[in-house]
Design a binder for this molecule. Structure first.
Ligand SMILES: *Cc1c(COP(=O)(O)O)cnc(C)c1O
Length: 372
C-alpha cells in the first residue's frame, strides 16, 4: 500500500481535548465514558482517553472493545449499541457494562452471565423522544428495573441513560435532563435503593453543562465526537457553544496526494445526465479555473463536505469514488503534481476514513518523540 491517502492522528491534541472535557464534566459532578467508535476503534485513542481521565472506554462495536481489551486498556469497557442477542456470549467475555432496551435481551444476558459466573452491569435506556433506542413508557422501564433487581442474579442495574440528537435531532434541554432524573427517581422508589448512574447522553449533552443547568443527579456522559473533531463547523452548528473553541480540531488530519493540476472550464461540456453516484447536479459557470485532482475519493471520505481544506483559497468542488476535485484558482500556494494537501475532518469524515482500507494511519505523539 502506498503512503497516501493517510490519516494522521495527533495524540497530544486528543489527550488535551479529553482532559479539558473531563475537567468540565468533573466540575459538574459528571464522569466521562470516552467513545472510540468514530475512529473505528483505534486502541491508541482509547489509551489517550484512559490517560486523560475517562472512566470507561465505550464503543458500539464489540470487535473494537475486544481490541481495546487485548491491547491494554485497563478501565472498564462499555458496549453502547444495545447488543444483539446473538452477541451476548461474546459480549460478556469482553466487557462488563452495556446499554440495554429490551426485556428479552436482558433475560438472555442474565442467563449467559450467570452460566459464566459473571456480573454484568447495565444502564437501561429511556427514549425521551429522539426515537432511536430505549424504553418509551416509564411503566415498562420500572417493570424491567424491578425484574432485574428481584430476579436477575447476574445482571446488575447500575442506572438509566438516554440518547438525544441522533435520529430525532432532539436537543438535550434542562427539561429533558430533568425528565431523566424523574424517571430514575421513580425507579428508585420502586426498587428501594439509589441508582449509581444517570447517563445524560453524548457530546450534545455538554450544552446543559456549559449552560450550568445540568441537574445535579446526572453524573455520566458518553463523549465521542467533540473529543475527536473539536470545534468543527458541523459540531458547532449542532451544539452551538463557543466553549468548544478551546478544543483542537487537529487530532485527525487527512493527507492526500495531488495527481493532476490543470486549468479547465468550471461548467461541464455536453449534454448533462447524472454523476458517478447517479445524482443530477447543477454546475455554476465561473469560467476557466485552476483545479487539482486528488487520489482519494468518496469510498474513503464519504462526501466532499466531510473534508475541510487547511490551505486558504482551496475549495472541494466534487468527488467520485476514487477522485476528489479541488478548485485552487484562489489559492496563493503553488500546488504541483506530487504535492500533499491536508484536510481537517468532520465526524462522518473520520468515521469513513478510519475504516477505509485504502487509507494508511500515521500516529504522532510528541510526548514519546514521534513527530510529523
Ligand atoms: C455514538 C454514541 C455516543 C457518543 O456520541 P458523540 O456524539 O460521538 O459524543 C454516546 N452514546 C451512544 C449510545 C452512542 O451511540
Amino acid at each position: 500500500m502506498g503512503k497516501y491517502p493517510r490519516l494522521t492522528v495527533d495524540h497530544n491534541e486528543l489527550r488535551s481535548n479529553m482532559k479539558q472535557i473531563v475537567d468540565w464534566c468533573k466540575d459538574a459532578g459528571i464522569e466521562v465514558a470516552g467513545v472510540i467508535k468514530a475512529t473505528t476503534g483505534m486502541v491508541s485513542v482509547a489509551l489517550d482517553y484512559e490517560s486523560s481521565g475517562a472512566k470507561w472506554i465505550a464503543s458500539s462495536r464489540l470487535e473494537q472493545l475486544r481490541r481495546a481489551k487485548d491491547e491494554g486498556v485497563k478501565i472498564p469497557l462499555m458496549m453502547i449499541r444495545v447488543p444483539m442477542i446473538s452477541e451476548i456470549p461474546e459480549m460478556i467475555t469482553i466487557c462488563d457494562w452495556s446499554l440495554q432496551s429490551e426485556f428479552s435481551t436482558i433475560k438472555a444476558l442474565n442467563e449467559e452471565a450467570s452460566n459464566a459466573g459473571k456480573i454484568h452491569s447495565v444502564i437501561l435506556m429511556a427514549d425521551l423522544g429522539d426515537l432511536r433506542e430505549g424504553f418509551f413508557e416509564i411503566e415498562e422501564l420500572v417493570d424491567v428495573s424491578k425484574y432485574i433487581e428481584e430476579k436477575c442474579d447476574a445482571v446488575h442495574l447500575a442506572g438509566i441513560g438516554t440518547n438525544l440528537g441522533c435520529y430525532g435531532s432532539v436537543v438535550p434541554t434542562k427539561e429533558k435532563m430533568q425528565q431523566l432524573v424523574d424517571y430514575a427517581e421513580t425507579i428508585e422508589s420502586a426498587i428501594g435503593r439509589r441508582l449509581e448512574i444517570i447517563s445524560g447522553g453524548a457530546t450534545s449533552s455538554l450544552m446543559p453543562v456549559f449552560d450550568g443547568v445540568m441537574p445535579e443527579r446526572i453524573n455520566h456522559l458518553r463523549i465521542g465526537a467533540v473529543a475527536m473533531c473539536g470545534p468543527m463547523e458541523d459540531l458547532k452548528q449542532n451544539y452551538g457553544r463557543d466553549e468548544v473553541d478551546v478544543l483542537s480540531g487537529d487530532g485527525f488530519i487527512l493527507e492526500a496526494e495531488v495527481i493532476e493540476v490543470k486549468t479547465k472550464p468550471s461548467h461541464p461540456i455536453g449534454e448533462l445526465g447524472v454523476d458517478a453516484f447517479g445524482k443530477k447536479r447543477k454546475y455554476k459557470d465561473r469560467g476557466m479555473r485552476q483545479r487539482a485532482l486528488l487520489a482519494v475519493g468518496r469510498q474513503d471520505h464519504g462526501d466532499i463536505d466531510n473534508i475541510i481544506p487547511i490551505a486558504e483559497g482551496v475549495e472541494v468542488i466534487g468527488a467520485s469514488g476514487d477522485h476528489t476535485i479541488l478548485d485552487i484558482e484562489d489559492c496563493r500556494d503553488i500546488i504541483r503534481v506530487g504535492d500533499v494537501m491536508k484536510f481537517r475532518l468532520s465526524y462522518s469524515g473520520l468515521l469513513y476514513l478510519s475504516s477505509s482500507e485504502n487509507v494508511s494511519v500515521n500516529e504522532v505523539d510528541r510526548l514519546y518523540g514521534i513527530k510529523i
